[in-house]
Write a new protein. Structure first.
Length: 202
């Protein structure tokens, strides 16, 4: 049976993946919860500890949404031998203008510090390498003028350009474009079809 680790986005919950879990064939599940106040380094270490406890010596599929895509990718770059497939969904590789704007008002909020364009976490990840299979799902349905400053296409939270800007040393990345919003993608049947093909039929 396949092992899947689900990592949710900023200020969200692992329950956000319940639709995927319901729609996909039976599989072993590890849902990761974390706080945006946690250091990303510590979150990655926590994922490793939980993975070793639940699936010792076994490979896993990583599915990360939004900020969870960054955490999943960071894990894959460090522990590549653990990973069968990396799947990132609506991931802010270059941050989002929303975080920069809100960060002016909530300067100490780590959720905005870590997702603003030019954030240290984002720059650090761009230097990472991963040679395993990586499917990067880009969401295109959104019309948020704040998220898409300058008229850029976005998913309501993150520009499509940012979602597409995967680290250059992730050598086997395939971008897949889905007409869905940033949150709506978690209830999207086209995505569950993609996941099923990658994980269970690949």
């Amino acid at each position: 049976m396949e092992n899947i680790i689900y990592i949710h986005g900023a200020n969200a919950s692992s329950d956000n993946f319940n639709y995927y879990i319901l729609k996909l064939p039976e599989h072993n599940i590890l849902k990761i919860d974390y706080s945006m106040e946690d250091d990303p380094f510590d979150i990655v270490d926590s994922v490793k500890t939980k993975k070793q406890r639940e699936f010792p010596g076994q490979k896993v599929h990583l599915i990360g949404h939004s900020f969870g895509g960054l955490i999943s990718s960071w894990y894959a770059s460090v522990y590549a031998k653990d990973v069968k497939n990396l799947i990132t969904i609506a991931t802010p590789w270059q941050g989002t203008p929303v975080a920069r704007i809100f960060g002016y008002f909530w300067r100490n909020a780590k959720v905005f510090q870590n997702t603003r364009p030019g954030a240290e976490v984002l720059a650090f990840l761009q230097e990472k390498s991963y040679n395993g299979p990586h499917t990067n799902i880009v969401c295109t349905r959104g019309a948020n003028p704040v998220a898409g400053l300058g008229g850029k296409a976005n998913d309501g939270m993150i520009t499509c350009d940012s979602q597409s800007a995967t680290p250059p040393n992730f050598k086997n990345t395939e971008n897949t474009f889905i007409e869905a919003g940033h949150s709506g993608v978690l209830l999207n049947n086209n995505v569950t079809d993609i996941l099923e093909k990658i994980i269970f039929e690949g």
